[in-house]
Design a protein around this ligand. Structure first.
Ligand SMILES: [Zn+2]
Length: 170
């Protein structure tokens, strides 16, 4: 699979909890966000986000392929972040699993106002933790992107030092 998206570092690793749709227990879910990047469609490059605006962020969704060092950081937080085939999305992408075996699809995480990674208020955004991963340059993904409420998340979420991959946050 060839990458269709180039993400400009820094990449943010987000996490929050939400009730599993199947067993009802709170499960930890992760997501990735960037300030900007480029997608390639039919050989044409389209920019998204604004590299000059470090207060806003864009979600990477339906991730089919990601750099191994980013995946390593993600599974430190949710070991059940795995590539699964999805009936609704008609593809296989990385999604957040629960200990019971159920998976939270990206639609649930990113498209349900007030839930998951779609906060609509500062209070909801404060339930999201995030860290800036210590990678530099441009990283290849196969993914979609979604410009949701990233400004709320970076503004009101709880920032943590990037220690899961052993890097200093600079
Ligand atoms: Zn569950």
């Amino acid at each position: 699979m060839s990458p269709n998206l180039k993400a400009n570092c820094p990449i943010y690793l987000l996490s929050t909890t939400l009730p599993c749709w199947k067993c009802g227990r709170e499960q930890t879910v992760i997501a990735l966000a960037v300030h900007s990047g480029v997608t390639v469609e039919d050989g044409e490059e389209l920019e998204f986000g604004d590299p000059a605006d470090q207060s806003d962020s864009v979600m990477l969704t339906y991730i089919e392929m990601l750099p191994s060092e980013v995946l390593t950081a993600a599974v430190e937080i949710n070991p059940r972040f795995e590539r699964r085939s999805s009936k609704t999305a008609d593809t296989a992408y990385y999604c957040n699993g629960c200990d019971c075996g159920a998976f939270a699809g990206d639609h649930y995480l990113f498209s349900d106002p007030g839930e998951g990674f779609f906060p609509t208020t500062a209070e909801e955004a404060a339930r999201i933790h995030y860290q800036r991963l210590p990678f530099k340059g441009v990283m290849p993904f196969n993914a979609s992107w979604s410009h949701g409420t990233g400004r709320l998340i970076l503004g009101h979420g709880q920032r943590e030092p990037a220690d899961v991959v052993g890097g200093a946050d600079q």
